[in-house]
Design a binder for this molecule. Structure first.
Ligand code: KG4
Ligand code: ZN
Length: 410
Protein backbone atom coordinates (compact mmCIF):
# COMPACT_ATOMS: atom_id res chain seq x y z
CA UNK A 1 0.00 0.00 0.00
CA UNK A 2 1.11 3.54 -0.72
CA UNK A 3 1.08 4.63 2.89
CA UNK A 4 3.02 1.59 4.05
CA UNK A 5 5.64 2.45 1.47
CA UNK A 6 5.94 5.98 2.88
CA UNK A 7 6.27 4.69 6.39
CA UNK A 8 8.65 1.84 5.84
CA UNK A 9 11.10 3.79 3.73
CA UNK A 10 13.46 5.77 5.89
CA UNK A 11 15.08 7.59 2.97
CA UNK A 12 12.15 9.97 2.44
CA UNK A 13 9.96 9.21 -0.54
CA UNK A 14 8.84 12.60 -1.75
CA UNK A 15 5.10 13.18 -1.91
CA UNK A 16 5.74 16.01 -4.34
CA UNK A 17 4.96 14.04 -7.47
CA UNK A 18 2.27 11.97 -5.89
CA UNK A 19 -1.17 13.40 -5.40
CA UNK A 20 -2.58 12.62 -1.96
CA UNK A 21 -6.33 12.23 -1.48
CA UNK A 22 -7.79 12.93 1.92
CA UNK A 23 -11.34 12.59 3.22
CA UNK A 24 -12.26 15.45 5.59
CA UNK A 25 -15.02 15.39 8.21
CA UNK A 26 -16.30 18.52 10.01
CA UNK A 27 -18.93 18.42 12.77
CA UNK A 28 -17.79 21.07 15.27
CA UNK A 29 -21.09 22.96 15.28
CA UNK A 30 -24.30 22.71 13.28
CA UNK A 31 -22.87 21.90 9.84
CA UNK A 32 -22.39 18.25 8.93
CA UNK A 33 -19.69 18.46 6.25
CA UNK A 34 -17.64 15.92 4.32
CA UNK A 35 -15.19 16.49 1.45
CA UNK A 36 -12.48 14.77 -0.53
CA UNK A 37 -9.56 16.98 -1.52
CA UNK A 38 -6.30 16.19 -3.30
CA UNK A 39 -2.85 17.61 -2.68
CA UNK A 40 -2.87 19.22 -6.12
CA UNK A 41 -5.56 21.53 -4.70
CA UNK A 42 -8.59 19.88 -6.28
CA UNK A 43 -11.86 19.62 -4.43
CA UNK A 44 -12.99 16.21 -5.69
CA UNK A 45 -16.22 16.20 -3.70
CA UNK A 46 -17.83 18.38 -1.03
CA UNK A 47 -21.12 17.88 0.79
CA UNK A 48 -22.72 19.85 3.58
CA UNK A 49 -25.95 19.48 5.50
CA UNK A 50 -27.32 22.06 7.90
CA UNK A 51 -30.61 22.94 9.53
CA UNK A 52 -29.43 26.35 10.63
CA UNK A 53 -32.64 28.18 9.82
CA UNK A 54 -34.76 25.62 11.71
CA UNK A 55 -32.46 25.78 14.72
CA UNK A 56 -32.37 29.56 14.62
CA UNK A 57 -36.15 29.72 14.61
CA UNK A 58 -36.13 27.44 17.64
CA UNK A 59 -34.06 30.04 19.47
CA UNK A 60 -30.46 29.03 18.78
CA UNK A 61 -28.16 26.10 18.34
CA UNK A 62 -28.96 23.03 20.39
CA UNK A 63 -25.88 20.78 20.75
CA UNK A 64 -27.79 17.52 21.07
CA UNK A 65 -29.86 18.32 17.97
CA UNK A 66 -26.57 18.98 16.11
CA UNK A 67 -25.12 15.68 17.32
CA UNK A 68 -28.22 13.80 16.22
CA UNK A 69 -28.05 15.48 12.80
CA UNK A 70 -24.38 14.51 12.36
CA UNK A 71 -25.08 10.90 13.38
CA UNK A 72 -27.93 10.67 10.94
CA UNK A 73 -26.30 12.36 7.94
CA UNK A 74 -22.58 11.52 8.07
CA UNK A 75 -22.78 7.99 6.57
CA UNK A 76 -24.82 9.21 3.59
CA UNK A 77 -22.57 12.24 2.98
CA UNK A 78 -19.42 10.08 3.08
CA UNK A 79 -20.96 7.68 0.54
CA UNK A 80 -22.04 10.58 -1.66
CA UNK A 81 -18.53 12.13 -1.60
CA UNK A 82 -16.86 8.84 -2.51
CA UNK A 83 -19.28 8.42 -5.38
CA UNK A 84 -18.97 12.05 -6.60
CA UNK A 85 -15.17 11.83 -6.48
CA UNK A 86 -15.26 8.44 -8.24
CA UNK A 87 -12.97 7.18 -5.47
CA UNK A 88 -13.02 4.00 -3.43
CA UNK A 89 -11.86 4.12 0.21
CA UNK A 90 -8.70 2.23 -0.76
CA UNK A 91 -7.66 5.02 -3.08
CA UNK A 92 -7.67 7.47 -0.19
CA UNK A 93 -4.50 8.27 1.75
CA UNK A 94 -5.99 9.40 5.06
CA UNK A 95 -9.03 10.64 6.96
CA UNK A 96 -8.88 14.08 8.60
CA UNK A 97 -11.38 15.10 11.26
CA UNK A 98 -12.01 18.20 13.39
CA UNK A 99 -11.31 17.36 17.04
CA UNK A 100 -11.32 20.85 18.61
CA UNK A 101 -12.63 23.50 19.34
CA UNK A 102 -16.40 23.14 19.15
CA UNK A 103 -19.45 21.58 20.74
CA UNK A 104 -18.12 18.46 22.40
CA UNK A 105 -21.03 16.15 21.64
CA UNK A 106 -21.11 17.35 18.04
CA UNK A 107 -17.33 16.86 17.60
CA UNK A 108 -17.64 13.35 19.03
CA UNK A 109 -19.92 12.26 16.19
CA UNK A 110 -17.37 13.25 13.54
CA UNK A 111 -14.55 11.68 15.52
CA UNK A 112 -16.32 8.38 15.92
CA UNK A 113 -17.28 8.23 12.21
CA UNK A 114 -13.66 9.03 11.26
CA UNK A 115 -12.24 6.37 13.59
CA UNK A 116 -14.61 3.76 12.20
CA UNK A 117 -13.78 4.68 8.61
CA UNK A 118 -10.01 4.82 9.16
CA UNK A 119 -9.94 1.49 10.98
CA UNK A 120 -12.09 -0.36 8.52
CA UNK A 121 -10.13 0.91 5.50
CA UNK A 122 -6.70 0.80 7.08
CA UNK A 123 -6.08 4.54 6.72
CA UNK A 124 -4.15 7.04 8.86
CA UNK A 125 -6.27 9.37 11.00
CA UNK A 126 -5.41 13.08 11.14
CA UNK A 127 -6.81 15.16 14.06
CA UNK A 128 -7.45 18.73 12.87
CA UNK A 129 -7.85 22.01 14.79
CA UNK A 130 -10.93 23.80 13.43
CA UNK A 131 -9.56 27.36 13.69
CA UNK A 132 -6.25 26.44 12.08
CA UNK A 133 -8.21 24.85 9.26
CA UNK A 134 -10.14 28.13 8.83
CA UNK A 135 -6.86 30.05 8.59
CA UNK A 136 -5.20 27.53 6.26
CA UNK A 137 -8.15 27.10 3.88
CA UNK A 138 -6.82 29.98 1.74
CA UNK A 139 -3.83 27.78 0.79
CA UNK A 140 -6.24 25.51 -1.06
CA UNK A 141 -6.94 28.17 -3.63
CA UNK A 142 -4.22 30.82 -3.45
CA UNK A 143 -0.68 29.84 -4.27
CA UNK A 144 0.68 33.27 -3.44
CA UNK A 145 0.29 32.80 0.32
CA UNK A 146 3.52 32.17 2.21
CA UNK A 147 4.24 31.35 5.83
CA UNK A 148 4.37 33.27 8.06
CA UNK A 149 1.13 35.15 7.43
CA UNK A 150 -1.21 36.99 9.77
CA UNK A 151 -4.79 35.90 10.07
CA UNK A 152 -7.93 37.68 11.25
CA UNK A 153 -10.87 35.33 11.76
CA UNK A 154 -14.29 36.91 12.32
CA UNK A 155 -17.41 34.82 12.54
CA UNK A 156 -20.54 34.01 14.48
CA UNK A 157 -18.47 32.01 16.95
CA UNK A 158 -15.14 33.79 17.25
CA UNK A 159 -12.80 36.69 16.58
CA UNK A 160 -9.05 36.32 16.73
CA UNK A 161 -5.78 37.72 15.44
CA UNK A 162 -2.96 35.21 14.98
CA UNK A 163 0.14 34.47 12.94
CA UNK A 164 0.43 31.16 11.11
CA UNK A 165 4.10 30.24 11.10
CA UNK A 166 3.45 26.79 9.62
CA UNK A 167 0.59 24.30 9.32
CA UNK A 168 0.86 23.51 13.02
CA UNK A 169 2.62 26.45 14.59
CA UNK A 170 0.38 29.39 15.32
CA UNK A 171 0.85 32.36 17.63
CA UNK A 172 -2.28 33.85 19.15
CA UNK A 173 -2.00 37.61 19.68
CA UNK A 174 -5.56 38.41 20.71
CA UNK A 175 -9.14 37.20 20.64
CA UNK A 176 -12.60 38.12 21.78
CA UNK A 177 -12.92 37.63 25.50
CA UNK A 178 -16.70 37.78 25.26
CA UNK A 179 -19.00 37.27 22.27
CA UNK A 180 -18.29 37.43 18.55
CA UNK A 181 -18.87 40.07 15.85
CA UNK A 182 -21.36 37.85 13.96
CA UNK A 183 -23.48 37.09 17.02
CA UNK A 184 -23.38 40.76 18.07
CA UNK A 185 -24.64 41.97 14.68
CA UNK A 186 -27.26 39.20 14.44
CA UNK A 187 -28.66 39.82 17.92
CA UNK A 188 -28.92 43.60 17.50
CA UNK A 189 -30.52 43.09 14.07
CA UNK A 190 -33.11 40.76 15.61
CA UNK A 191 -33.84 43.36 18.26
CA UNK A 192 -34.42 45.97 15.56
CA UNK A 193 -37.46 43.92 14.53
CA UNK A 194 -38.63 42.94 11.06
CA UNK A 195 -36.15 44.29 8.58
CA UNK A 196 -38.39 43.59 5.58
CA UNK A 197 -39.29 40.60 3.40
CA UNK A 198 -36.43 41.37 0.99
CA UNK A 199 -34.11 39.99 3.70
CA UNK A 200 -35.90 36.68 4.23
CA UNK A 201 -33.48 33.76 4.06
CA UNK A 202 -30.27 35.81 4.17
CA UNK A 203 -27.90 36.23 7.13
CA UNK A 204 -28.89 39.12 9.40
CA UNK A 205 -25.28 40.25 8.96
CA UNK A 206 -25.78 40.86 5.25
CA UNK A 207 -29.16 42.50 5.93
CA UNK A 208 -27.39 44.96 8.25
CA UNK A 209 -24.76 45.60 5.58
CA UNK A 210 -27.37 46.31 2.88
CA UNK A 211 -29.41 48.57 5.17
CA UNK A 212 -26.27 50.41 6.27
CA UNK A 213 -25.45 51.13 2.63
CA UNK A 214 -28.75 53.07 2.48
CA UNK A 215 -27.90 55.27 5.46
CA UNK A 216 -27.55 59.04 5.38
CA UNK A 217 -24.09 60.52 4.82
CA UNK A 218 -23.22 60.75 8.49
CA UNK A 219 -25.57 57.93 9.53
CA UNK A 220 -22.64 55.86 10.79
CA UNK A 221 -22.09 58.52 13.48
CA UNK A 222 -25.71 58.99 14.48
CA UNK A 223 -25.90 56.25 17.14
CA UNK A 224 -22.50 56.23 18.83
CA UNK A 225 -21.54 54.11 21.84
CA UNK A 226 -18.17 53.98 23.55
CA UNK A 227 -15.79 51.29 22.36
CA UNK A 228 -14.94 48.53 24.85
CA UNK A 229 -11.68 48.92 26.74
CA UNK A 230 -9.98 45.56 26.50
CA UNK A 231 -6.35 44.80 27.12
CA UNK A 232 -3.95 44.80 24.17
CA UNK A 233 -5.33 43.02 21.09
CA UNK A 234 -8.27 41.34 22.84
CA UNK A 235 -11.83 42.28 21.85
CA UNK A 236 -15.26 42.29 23.48
CA UNK A 237 -18.32 42.06 21.23
CA UNK A 238 -20.78 41.29 24.02
CA UNK A 239 -20.15 44.77 25.36
CA UNK A 240 -20.92 46.36 21.98
CA UNK A 241 -24.04 44.20 21.71
CA UNK A 242 -25.19 45.18 25.21
CA UNK A 243 -24.65 48.89 24.57
CA UNK A 244 -26.69 48.79 21.35
CA UNK A 245 -29.49 46.77 22.91
CA UNK A 246 -29.67 49.28 25.79
CA UNK A 247 -29.59 52.20 23.38
CA UNK A 248 -32.49 50.71 21.39
CA UNK A 249 -34.50 50.20 24.56
CA UNK A 250 -33.85 53.78 25.65
CA UNK A 251 -34.90 55.21 22.28
CA UNK A 252 -38.08 53.15 22.28
CA UNK A 253 -38.95 54.01 25.88
CA UNK A 254 -38.73 57.67 24.92
CA UNK A 255 -41.24 56.97 22.17
CA UNK A 256 -38.77 57.98 19.44
CA UNK A 257 -38.41 56.29 16.06
CA UNK A 258 -35.25 54.47 15.13
CA UNK A 259 -33.75 55.26 11.76
CA UNK A 260 -32.94 51.67 10.79
CA UNK A 261 -30.37 52.33 8.02
CA UNK A 262 -28.50 54.84 10.22
CA UNK A 263 -28.67 52.48 13.18
CA UNK A 264 -27.24 49.62 11.09
CA UNK A 265 -24.52 51.93 9.74
CA UNK A 266 -23.57 52.98 13.28
CA UNK A 267 -23.47 49.39 14.53
CA UNK A 268 -21.36 48.30 11.55
CA UNK A 269 -19.01 51.24 11.99
CA UNK A 270 -18.57 50.56 15.73
CA UNK A 271 -17.79 46.87 15.18
CA UNK A 272 -15.33 47.83 12.44
CA UNK A 273 -13.61 50.48 14.59
CA UNK A 274 -13.19 48.01 17.43
CA UNK A 275 -11.59 45.44 15.11
CA UNK A 276 -9.47 48.07 13.32
CA UNK A 277 -8.16 49.55 16.59
CA UNK A 278 -7.01 46.11 17.72
CA UNK A 279 -5.55 45.15 14.36
CA UNK A 280 -3.62 48.43 14.32
CA UNK A 281 -2.20 47.68 17.77
CA UNK A 282 -1.11 44.23 16.52
CA UNK A 283 0.51 45.72 13.38
CA UNK A 284 2.23 48.46 15.33
CA UNK A 285 3.63 46.03 17.92
CA UNK A 286 5.00 43.53 15.40
CA UNK A 287 6.41 46.13 13.05
CA UNK A 288 8.25 47.72 15.98
CA UNK A 289 10.21 44.47 16.16
CA UNK A 290 10.36 44.11 12.38
CA UNK A 291 8.38 40.89 12.64
CA UNK A 292 5.20 41.81 10.83
CA UNK A 293 4.24 39.39 8.01
CA UNK A 294 3.41 41.07 4.70
CA UNK A 295 0.11 39.24 4.19
CA UNK A 296 -3.11 39.22 6.20
CA UNK A 297 -5.64 36.48 5.48
CA UNK A 298 -9.14 37.33 6.59
CA UNK A 299 -11.82 34.68 6.98
CA UNK A 300 -15.05 33.74 8.75
CA UNK A 301 -18.63 34.66 7.80
CA UNK A 302 -18.26 38.30 8.90
CA UNK A 303 -15.40 38.76 6.39
CA UNK A 304 -18.16 38.72 3.76
CA UNK A 305 -18.99 42.25 4.90
CA UNK A 306 -17.61 44.65 2.29
CA UNK A 307 -17.49 47.64 4.66
CA UNK A 308 -15.47 45.72 7.25
CA UNK A 309 -13.23 44.20 4.59
CA UNK A 310 -12.57 47.57 2.90
CA UNK A 311 -11.70 49.21 6.23
CA UNK A 312 -9.31 46.40 7.14
CA UNK A 313 -7.69 46.44 3.69
CA UNK A 314 -7.18 50.19 3.93
CA UNK A 315 -5.65 49.95 7.40
CA UNK A 316 -3.45 47.02 6.33
CA UNK A 317 -2.23 48.91 3.27
CA UNK A 318 -1.22 51.79 5.56
CA UNK A 319 0.99 49.25 7.35
CA UNK A 320 2.29 47.83 4.01
CA UNK A 321 0.36 44.61 4.53
CA UNK A 322 -1.70 43.09 1.73
CA UNK A 323 -5.12 41.69 2.61
CA UNK A 324 -6.44 38.47 1.14
CA UNK A 325 -10.02 37.44 1.72
CA UNK A 326 -10.90 33.78 1.96
CA UNK A 327 -13.62 33.09 -0.64
CA UNK A 328 -17.09 32.88 0.86
CA UNK A 329 -17.53 29.20 0.07
CA UNK A 330 -14.57 28.49 2.36
CA UNK A 331 -15.39 31.15 4.98
CA UNK A 332 -18.26 29.26 6.54
CA UNK A 333 -17.70 25.89 8.22
CA UNK A 334 -16.75 23.30 5.61
CA UNK A 335 -14.89 20.01 5.28
CA UNK A 336 -12.63 21.08 2.40
CA UNK A 337 -10.55 23.10 4.87
CA UNK A 338 -10.30 20.08 7.18
CA UNK A 339 -9.22 17.73 4.38
CA UNK A 340 -6.64 20.21 3.07
CA UNK A 341 -5.23 20.90 6.53
CA UNK A 342 -4.94 17.11 6.83
CA UNK A 343 -2.96 17.05 3.57
CA UNK A 344 -0.57 19.75 4.79
CA UNK A 345 -0.06 17.86 8.07
CA UNK A 346 0.49 14.60 6.18
CA UNK A 347 3.07 16.18 3.89
CA UNK A 348 4.90 17.44 6.95
CA UNK A 349 4.70 14.11 8.76
CA UNK A 350 2.86 15.69 11.68
CA UNK A 351 3.45 14.00 15.01
CA UNK A 352 -0.28 14.15 15.74
CA UNK A 353 -1.15 11.76 12.93
CA UNK A 354 -2.23 8.26 13.96
CA UNK A 355 -0.60 6.43 11.10
CA UNK A 356 -1.79 2.87 11.56
CA UNK A 357 -5.04 1.29 12.80
CA UNK A 358 -3.31 -0.09 15.92
CA UNK A 359 -2.39 3.48 16.89
CA UNK A 360 -5.98 4.70 16.58
CA UNK A 361 -7.67 4.63 20.01
CA UNK A 362 -11.35 3.83 20.55
CA UNK A 363 -11.99 7.51 21.02
CA UNK A 364 -10.12 10.81 20.72
CA UNK A 365 -10.59 13.61 23.22
CA UNK A 366 -12.92 16.26 21.81
CA UNK A 367 -11.95 19.55 23.44
CA UNK A 368 -14.41 22.44 23.51
CA UNK A 369 -11.73 25.16 23.68
CA UNK A 370 -8.18 24.57 22.52
CA UNK A 371 -6.47 27.84 21.56
CA UNK A 372 -5.24 28.13 17.97
CA UNK A 373 -1.66 28.40 19.21
CA UNK A 374 0.74 29.75 21.78
CA UNK A 375 -0.35 32.89 23.57
CA UNK A 376 1.92 35.62 22.19
CA UNK A 377 0.20 38.62 23.80
CA UNK A 378 3.44 39.48 25.61
CA UNK A 379 4.79 40.63 22.21
CA UNK A 380 2.04 43.25 22.03
CA UNK A 381 2.82 46.76 23.27
CA UNK A 382 0.63 48.02 26.11
CA UNK A 383 -0.26 50.82 23.82
CA UNK A 384 0.63 51.36 20.17
CA UNK A 385 3.38 53.85 19.34
CA UNK A 386 0.92 55.76 17.16
CA UNK A 387 -2.78 55.99 17.76
CA UNK A 388 -5.07 55.10 14.86
CA UNK A 389 -7.54 57.89 14.12
CA UNK A 390 -10.23 55.31 13.80
CA UNK A 391 -12.80 57.61 12.24
CA UNK A 392 -10.60 57.43 9.12
CA UNK A 393 -11.50 53.80 8.48
CA UNK A 394 -14.80 55.06 7.03
CA UNK A 395 -15.24 55.74 3.32
CA UNK A 396 -12.48 57.03 1.10
CA UNK A 397 -10.65 59.03 3.73
CA UNK A 398 -6.97 58.17 4.00
CA UNK A 399 -5.94 56.37 7.19
CA UNK A 400 -4.36 58.73 9.69
CA UNK A 401 -2.32 58.10 12.79
CA UNK A 402 -1.50 60.40 15.70
CA UNK A 403 1.49 60.34 17.83
CA UNK A 404 0.22 59.06 21.19
CA UNK A 405 1.20 62.13 23.23
CA UNK A 406 -0.52 64.51 20.84
CA UNK A 407 -3.54 62.32 20.98
CA UNK A 408 -3.68 62.39 24.77
CA UNK A 409 -3.31 66.14 24.90
CA UNK A 410 -6.24 66.72 22.53
O1 KG4 B 1 -18.34 31.73 9.90
P1 KG4 B 1 -19.82 31.70 9.86
O2 KG4 B 1 -20.49 31.34 8.58
O3 KG4 B 1 -20.44 30.70 10.88
C1 KG4 B 1 -20.17 30.52 12.18
O4 KG4 B 1 -19.83 31.46 12.89
O5 KG4 B 1 -20.36 29.36 12.57
O6 KG4 B 1 -20.33 33.14 10.33
C2 KG4 B 1 -21.70 33.41 10.37
C3 KG4 B 1 -21.82 34.84 10.83
C4 KG4 B 1 -23.26 35.20 11.15
O7 KG4 B 1 -23.29 35.81 12.40
C5 KG4 B 1 -23.62 36.16 10.04
O8 KG4 B 1 -24.58 37.13 10.39
C6 KG4 B 1 -22.31 36.80 9.73
O9 KG4 B 1 -21.38 35.73 9.80
N1 KG4 B 1 -22.33 37.40 8.40
C7 KG4 B 1 -22.14 38.72 8.20
C8 KG4 B 1 -22.30 38.93 6.83
N2 KG4 B 1 -22.58 37.74 6.23
C9 KG4 B 1 -22.58 36.80 7.22
N3 KG4 B 1 -21.86 39.70 9.07
C10 KG4 B 1 -21.72 40.94 8.58
N4 KG4 B 1 -21.88 41.24 7.26
C11 KG4 B 1 -22.16 40.28 6.35
N5 KG4 B 1 -22.29 40.59 5.08
ZN1 ZN C 1 -15.92 27.77 12.11
Amino acid sequence: MKIKQFLSTKNIISTRNYSLKVLGIETSCDDTAVAIVSSDRKILAAERYTEREIQRKQGGINPSVCAQQHRQHLPGLIEKCLSDAGTSPKELDAVAVTVTPGLVIALKEGISAAIKFARSHNLPLIPVHHMRAHALSILLIDESIRFPFSTLLLSGGHALIAVAESEEIFKLYGESISGSPGECIDKVARHLGTLGSEFDGIHSGSAVEILASRSSESGHLRYPISLPHVEKVNMNFDQIKGSYLNLLDRIRKNGEDVDIPDFCASLQNTVTRHIATKLHCFYDSLSAEDRLPGQLVIGGGVAANRYIFDAISKLSAAHSVSTIRTPLSLCTDNAEMVAYTGILMYQNRSKSILWTPEKIPDTIYADARTPIGLNASSEILDQPRRQLVNSTIHGNEAIRFRNFDNFRNK
